[in-house]
Design a protein around this ligand. Structure first.
Ligand SMILES: [Zn+2]
Length: 196
């Protein structure tokens, strides 16, 4: 896998088998497989085969119509404040630190009264840019957009979003989110299924 390592990985991305690598900083092991637990650049130490993820501090330039990955930083009454992490197409990053907002009317189709069951702080969402300048406005309303990585609200493990309802593999807590529908390579469940 070294040499083939992607430029950027997201939380839940499969990195390699635990037989082959030691889980290092920025990774976690689940069922004999090592996954990224943060967004960054993966690297392998050739001396002891430790695989790690170096956090990425640069973020992409975004334009109207782009799909982006963003992390929910804060939930206000009508607005989710997000940090834009990467563009979904290239996963390429450029220096900067754009913030994007999702208005509560744009989190899903139809009327949304509260964030409860839709988004939570720490979630990573796949969102579309409605407006790139002067401020970045995002939507997660279309069925293919929404949460792609979520932390358990009880124990902070990555939730298995493929389960119905989404369930924490560590403590069994069930979560609700406005999920991005369709096959998505970002949760441990998806990786396990793909490998089966
Ligand atoms: Zn949990």
């Amino acid at each position: 896998m070294p040499g083939e390592l992607p430029e950027l990985v997201l939380p839940g991305d499969y990195l390699g088998a635990a037989e082959e690598y030691l889980p290092g900083r920025g990774t976690y092991e689940h069922g004999g497989r090592i996954y990224a637990c943060l967004l960054g650049k993966p690297a392998v130490d050739p001396r002891d085969r430790t695989i790690r993820v170096d956090p990425k501090n640069s973020v992409p330039e975004v334009d109207e119509g782009n799909l982006v990955y963003a992390r929910v930083e804060e939930l206000k009454t009508a607005m989710a404040i997000c940090e834009i992490l990467a563009t979904s197409t290239s996963r390429r990053t450029v220096p900067g630190k754009p913030e994007g907002t999702v208005h509560i009317s744009k989190v899903k189709e139809g009327y949304t009264e509260s964030w409860n069951g839709e988004l939570a702080v720490g979630d990573i969402v796949l969102a579309k840019v409605l407006q790139g300048r002067p401020s970045v406005k995002l939507t997660t309303a279309p069925p293919t957009l929404g949460v792609v990585a979520a932390r358990c609200q009880v124990c902070h493990a990555l939730v298995n979003l493929q389960a119905n309802p989404p369930t924490c593999p560590r403590c069994g807590h069930q979560e609700r989110r406005k999920l991005a529908k369709g096959p998505h390579p970002l949760s441990p469940g998806a990786h396990d299924r793909a490998a089966a």
